[in-house]
Design a protein around this ligand. Structure first.
Ligand code: SF4
Length: 504
């Protein structure tokens, strides 16, 4: 009897992992369902004695078992995609059974929480500050400062809220943590509770992640006694993009409409139910146990570049040959990620654009491929790292259509609270449509314009493009939150780098 290891990650299951596991089991082999290594182009990946075979189908089973399969990739841990990474958050990926406490303990699990309880609040926060860990959800705000603010607030109740509302295109790192290493997230939350004096934590997951929800619910139940008196509760959101914004998320958790709250007051002082609250995303909280153990804060801070410290789980998706999860220190260039690690486009055609940071991230041109992965370097070129999802496009992509999609997405997801976002995005779609048809002709001008004393006139394509730029400016600086404020990034970057797509 051979031990066969196959991932139970949702992506692997979508590729046929369940059927494969059942077929191996029918042949009398022992099946272990583990987390995913993150080499998505090889899923479902079958592991026997550390050696990998993928992507495997039912027809490959006999050849895999008798050693004649052409799908063999050798020792998985030595595969260049894995061996070239610096895995801290994803150190257990592919190696452990997600809900197995023995596996977790044997790989260093709970050591961070034990140490946190030993050193106490001030020392935990000092370590976090020294590590330079910044919020991995998008804004990159230093986690230690947020924790220090909550720790310093006086209140009868404080909360830890984990933002697991992963809604960006090309992102799946949060999902992989929750499905593959859920105890690590719970441990990070319990450490945060210890640091700031919070006894209750909530994980807010969108409903599109049924596997992650089930795993987190089970993990919270299994680990309840270990993290007690800290209590973790799993909450399911309906899946509005704006609920990934921390104040909307808090409203949603309170059972209210997911609308953005004006700041101040900061959630750190007046957050969930008006109490001091740490809101961090999944990757931020899961980085914490390693910082408190592993090489410690100093070793963590040595990784990366500038003020972007530590590692970032980068998600490679879209039209890319080797899509998957790649964790490495900040500073790696986009060209290395897309061409060297990702293997270029899956279609084999030249790369035209890479959108970084979700649907509101800028489109980067191959001329910009030497930009290092770093919050400040990206901000300097009007781009975002966001949640580090990369969507690759080949030369058949139409960037005007993608700019239109950004405006359309904003119109669909706008919470409606402020005018630049609510109205601006709809006008943006109309403008891009008019640009596509060469501008506004006189016959199309409304017969009862608001400005009755203005002569009616058509607008050239260039006039419309100028208007689009003005609209983006208004949305960027006039919107209350990042949804309206960041929508101009994909639109303006598309216009800047691929003007011919707009003037066709
Ligand atoms: S920018 Fe959009 S999503 Fe954000 S508060 Fe304004 S209307 Fe709501």
């Amino acid at each position: 009897m051979t031990i066969i290891r196959i991932s139970d990650d949702a992506l692997a299951r979508a590729c046929g992992a369940d059927e494969l596991a059942a077929a191996f089991a029918r042949k009398g082999h022992e099946i272990q369902r583990v987390s995913s290594w993150g080499m998505h182009w090889l899923e479902p990946l079958v592991e026997i004695d550390g050696k990998g075979f993928g992507p495997a189908t039912l027809a490959d089973i006999d050849a895999i078992l008798d050693g004649s399969s052409g799908l063999a990739i050798g020792t998985i841990a030595d595969h260049p995609f894995i061996a070239s990474q610096q895995r801290l958050t994803f150190a257990r990926a592919g190696k452990t059974r997600p809900l197995n406490l023995e596996d977790y303990e044997a790989t260093g699990g709970w050591a961070g929480l034990r140490r946190a309880r030993l050193i106490g609040s001030d020392a935990i926060i000092e370590e976090l500050l020294a590590s330079g860990l910044r919020g991995r959800g998008g804004a990159g705000f230093p986690a230690g400062i947020k924790w220090k603010t909550v720790a310093g607030a006086t209140a009868d109740q404080k909360y830890i809220v984990c933002n697991a509302d992963e809604g960006d295109s090309a992102t799946f790192a949060d999902r992989m943590v929750m499905e593959g290493d859920p105890f690590q997230l719970i441990e990070g939350m319990a450490i945060a509770g210890e640091a700031v004096g919070a006894s209750k934590g909530y994980v807010y997951i969108r409903s599109e992640y049924p596997d992650a929800i089930a795993k987190m619910q089970a993990a919270a139940r299994i680990s309840a006694q270990i993290v007690a008196p800290f209590v973790v509760e799993i909450r399911v959101g309906a899946g509005a993009y704006v609920c990934g914004e921390e104040t909307s998320l808090l409203n949603s958790l309170e059972g209210k409409r997911g609308e953005v709250r004006a700041k101040p007051p900061l959630p750190a002082l007046k957050g969930l139910f008006g109490k001091p609250t740490v809101v961090n995303n999944v990757l931020t909280l899961t980085a914490v146990p390693h910082i408190l153990t592993g090489g410690g804060a100093a070793a963590y801070a040595e990784l990366g570049m500038g003020r972007s410290k530590g590692t970032m789980p980068i998600q490679l998706a879209g039209n890319i040959r080797h899509g998957g999860l790649y964790e490495t220190a900040f500073g790696i260039t986009l060209g290395e990620l897309v061409n060297d690690i990702g293997g270029g486009t899956a279609s084999g055609r030249p790369v035209k654009a890479v959108q970084v940071g979700g649907p509101l991230g800028a489109y980067l041109h191959p001329d910009q491929f030497d930009i290092p992965f770093d919050y400040e370097a990206y901000a300097a070129v009007d781009a975002l790292i966001g949640h580090a999802g990369l969507t690759v496009f080949d030369d058949t992509a139409d960037l005007r259509a993608m700019a239109r999609f950004a405006m359309e997405f904003c119109a669909a997801e706008s919470c409606g609270k402020c005018t630049p976002c609510r109205i601006g995005s709809t006008r943006g779609v109309e403008l891009i449509d008019r640009i596509a048809t060469g501008g506004r002709v006189l016959a199309g001008v409304e017969t009862a314009p608001q400005m009755h004393n203005m002569p009616k006139q058509g607008r050239s394509q260039d006039d419309e493009i100028q208007l689009l730029e003005d609209l983006c400016d208004t949305m960027k600086f006039g919107s209350l939150c990042a949804l309206g404020g960041f929508t101009p990034y994909p639109v303006m970057s598309a216009l800047k780098h691929w003007p011919d797509d707009f003037r066709k």
